[in-house]
Design a protein around this ligand. Sequence first.
Ligand SMILES: [Zn+2]
Length: 391
Amino acid sequence: MRFVILKEVGVTLRTYTRDIADRRLIFGRDNSFQTELRRRVDEYFRRTGRRRRDCPQMYLKTAIILAAFTGLYLLLVFVAATWWQALPLAVLMGLSMATIGFNIEHDGGHQSYSNYAWINRLMAMTLDLIGASSYVWHWKHGVIHHTYVNITGHDADIDVGFLGRLTPHQKRFRFHRWQHFYLWPLYGVNVIKWHLYDDFRDVILGRIGPNRMPRPKRWELVGFICGKALFLTMAFAVPLLVHRVWPVFLFYGVTMIVAGAVVSVVFQLAHCVEEAEFPLPSEGSGTVENAWAIHQVETTVDFARHSRLESWLLGGLNFQIEHHLFPKVCHVNYPDISKIVEETSREFGVQYRAHASFRAGLASHFRWLRRMGRLSAANLGGTSSITERVA
Ligand SMILES: [Zn+2]
């Protein structure tokens, strides 16, 4: 069972037990839902002849996004001469960076971009290009978050430090009652801390929160250092050759805050909303009641599933249920797979939840922050309401 789980998130049993064994959890053993789901999805790919990876539309999308990013960078650094030219370019640049993260890096990092490991690695390294370490991200997101989603004390994505209370099982401070207002700008600022401090801290300590992370060795360490050097050169050294200091830092800040806020909010809509569950493992045995696949579905919420534009821009992160179940399938397949997942979930009595739009998800995240800021007593989280009635 555990081996099946870990194959899903892309690590081997041996690697996992060596590196984060100090806090490992055990999921429920009834795999019938996952087995049937896999059978149906396998059948879908057999029947349609569609590719799981190396999808032509992904290569086209990558070219468009990277061309936009390069063009915006050149315009911002070498052409913009006034603040009213630089400001919209910085905002668009932030959005293009978020799009690289959602589409290219995320698929590459999960090995769902291509059947060739080197292509996946190359695509994953686009994260280094926009400031964050792809090495640390693999452990933080690909392994820890994807295995322990929404489990307080294990999933680093739901821990924003003392400034925010995102789950019913985190300590509440009085000032959290205003968190549904003040957290939004902090989401943006947080990405600057991630790039310039968190990555270095995690690599030096060999830890991500309570979970151990192997320190990068040899080529991994070379990649980490070169990635940071490349980003700092692009973000500061090159612009400082043609501009004064304050505009460089100002527009770096604008770009990063836009990118960080968009990335954070999109990821928060999948797990930090009223409809998601926040289960705790049993004390002592560390057992999570549900089987791994059921846990993934019930702790995750889709949104805007019928918007082709949002699906294109967000790289399938509006289909996070499908992504968590099939992280090694390229995101362009998620809209079709979602119908199979939804139907199978209904048959097995698993709660499949989706918001009809991005706005509905955003409103639910706002209400969840307000609710977590107001309650001090244990709140088991999740509701039975399904925002988008599924046919
Ligand atoms: Zn992911």
